[in-house]
Design a binder for this molecule. Structure first.
Ligand SMILES: Cc1cc2nc3c(=O)[nH]c(=O)nc-3n(C[C@H](O)[C@H](O)[C@H](O)COP(=O)(O)O)c2cc1C
Ligand SMILES: [Mn+2]
Length: 531
């Protein structure tokens, strides 16, 4: 039977083929060395094109133990190129894949068994040295601050006890003992938490939960998407794949997991207590202090015989965690503005990634928009989800929203703050460090700015395109250092009113040696000195 989407290990093979995988076979300490090493690729000034996935095949820990299984970091989304490999497409096709997934989700299918259950371990296997979580190479993400190793790449499968509808969420979990870990829901509107509340209120003793690690990449990409309550993310994964995801039943809980997953942690979440969880270095760029979370108890571990453990690198952005969200969120937001709000003229939506972590600063690019469309879009972004769109800026098509220089340029010359800025109260503070001075303060606001051109502007003061293109050939011929062109790299007319034919004719004469004719024209029309 054809399976057009890839399992994790097939995807790792593609990463290797595409030159996107760094394999480290020397011993690396999972708790003190592994994440700091990968961190350097984001804090060491490497351009996005050089961000890669890391596979550690010789994993040790501070207690001197060696682990039989490898650890993959950045394997799902070290960079947009890694993400595209996971979808089996090119970087510029990712947006279209997401649009297809939203337009045509596909229900999963149930199969009898899968490689994710080649090995089945139960409570008797969890006792003693190396039992339960103890035998799994789970790294510490932020050595020096984190309280323990955490599950960082685990998708949490739960079911709504009333409707039976599944959710695939993505939450971290602090390892507490060989058989227990936290389940950290960051907000009451997280779907896993909404399920948990229902179990608590119904008087059930437990909520079944299965953590899936090393699912097919399409499932991972769907798990971290922010879609509405009641959407089974497996259907989105099917939409991304263009065919149903194969699921198998868990051994000890009433849940279904991808048949090809690397490893599954089955268990239940107690409904009678919360426990302290954290600190953990967070994707908002600060260490999140200790807080209360539900607790998970292992009932079974199933895995492929030679499973690959995955760990997502998150914390200060950019990181795998911001890349994995950005490439899916941007098309989702654009689709919302265009299809749900019916805003016309939107050409791109870009979430600012370095340090700010996507949600706070968002740019909407337009082609020649009407003023009302700009404001509808800015307000739409601010209202799209809690915590998204603290600062939203509209720019024109010729402004590259991925270049902050270009955005500042638009703000400087195309907006007038007394007319083009609105501050709206009532934004939820959302994902960010608690304000220590006032931990209860959750109100933030939105700063919306229209930096699109109203009126006219003269051309950009750079040589026009043919001259720059020709000069580039000269540049290369001379063997000068390699260029990476930054927009704008050539002049262009912005509004024709500001570039009448007469001026164009003069410019053409200037480059054909006829500029004295222009001088003579001016000499024939002298003007008196006033006053
Ligand atoms: C690497 C990574 C780690 C995350 N950790 C958490 C977490 O610990 N708690 C949480 O509530 N959301 C976390 N998120 C965000 C959720 O994945 C996201 O909100 C997701 O949509 C939740 O699923 P849900 O909408 O079905 O609740 C994380 C996302 C990523 C990419
Ligand atoms: Mn959900």
């Amino acid at each position: 039977m054809s399976k057009g989407y890839r399992d994790l290990r097939e995807h790792v093979g593609v990463l290797r083929e595409r030159g996107l995988l760094i394999e480290v076979d020397r011993p690396v300490d999972k708790d003190t060395e592994m994440h700091p090493l990968v961190r350097w690729q984001y804090r060491g000034g490497l351009p996005e094109q050089q961000w890669k996935a890391f596979l550690f095949t010789n994993v040790v820990d501070p207690r001197g133990r060696r682990y039989a299984n490898p650890v993959l970091i950045g394997g799902l989304a070290a960079s947009p190129a890694v993400y595209a490999a996971g979808l089996g497409c090119e970087v510029d096709e990712v947006g279209a894949r997401w649009e297809r997934a939203f337009a045509a989700p596909i229900d999963p299918v149930l199969v009898d068994s899968g490689p994710g259950q080649e090995v089945v371990l139960g409570p008797s296997d969890f006792e003693g040295e190396g039992g339960g979580f103890d035998g799994i190479p789970i790294p510490v993400s932020t050595p020096g601050f984190d309280a323990a190793p955490f599950l960082t790449s685990a998708h949490a499968i739960t079911k709504d006890p009333e409707t039976g509808i599944r959710n695939v969420g993505h939450y971290r979990g602090q390892i507490k003992s060989p058989t227990t870990c936290g389940v950290m829901f960051s907000a009451s509107y997280k779907h896993g938490y909404m399920h948990f509340r229902k179990y608590v209120e119904s008087g059930a003793e437990y909520m079944d939960l299965a953590w899936v690690i090393g699912a097919p990449p399409v499932v991972a990409y769907a798990a971290v998407q922010k879609v509405g309550y009641g959407v089974d993310e497996y259907t989105l994964a099917g939409g991304l794949a263009g065919e149903p995801i194969e699921l198998m039943r868990c051994k000890t809980v009433d849940l279904e997991v991808p048949a090809g997953a690397e490893i599954i942690l089955e268990g239940r979440v107690r409904t009678d207590r919360l426990e302290q969880e954290g600190p953990f270095g967070e994707s908002h760029g600060y260490v999140h202090p200790r807080s209360l979370s539900p607790m998970f108890e292992l009932t079974a571990i199933t895995h492929r015989r030679d499973y690959i453990w995955t760990s997502f690198i998150s914390q200060v952005t950019p990181s795998e965690s911001s890349v994995i969200k950005r490439v899916g969120f941007e098309p989702m937001l654009k689709g919302f503005l265009r299809d749900t709000l019916g805003v016309t003229g939107v050409t791109d939506v870009v979430m600012h990634e370095p340090l700010t972590n996507l949600r706070k600063v968002i740019f909407v690019q337009f082609d020649n928009p009407k003023e009302t469309e700009v404001w509808r879009a800015l307000k739409g972004v601010a209202a799209f989800r809690a915590e998204i769109g603290k600062i939203v800026i509209a720019v024109d098509r010729d402004i590259d929203p991925r270049s902050l220089d270009a955005v500042w340029w638009a703000l400087a010359y195309r907006s007038r703050p007394h007319k083009d800025v609105q501050i709206i109260r009532g934004q939820y503070k959302g994902h960010g460090p608690p304000f220590v001075s006032d931990p209860e303060a959750v109100e933030d606001s939105n700063l919306l700015i229209n930096a699109t051109l109203r009126g006219t502007l003269p051309p950009i003061s750079l040589p026009t395109k043919p001259y720059m293109e020709h000069a580039r050939e000269l540049w290369d011929e001379l063997g000068l250092p390699a260029l990476t062109p930054q927009a704008p790299w050539h002049g262009y007319v912005i509004t024709p009113e500001e570039w009448p034919e007469e001026l164009e004719a003069e410019a053409q004469m200037a480059v054909t040696g006829r500029y004295y004719e222009t001088g003579a024209k001016h000499a024939a029309e002298p003007r008196p000195i006033e006053g």
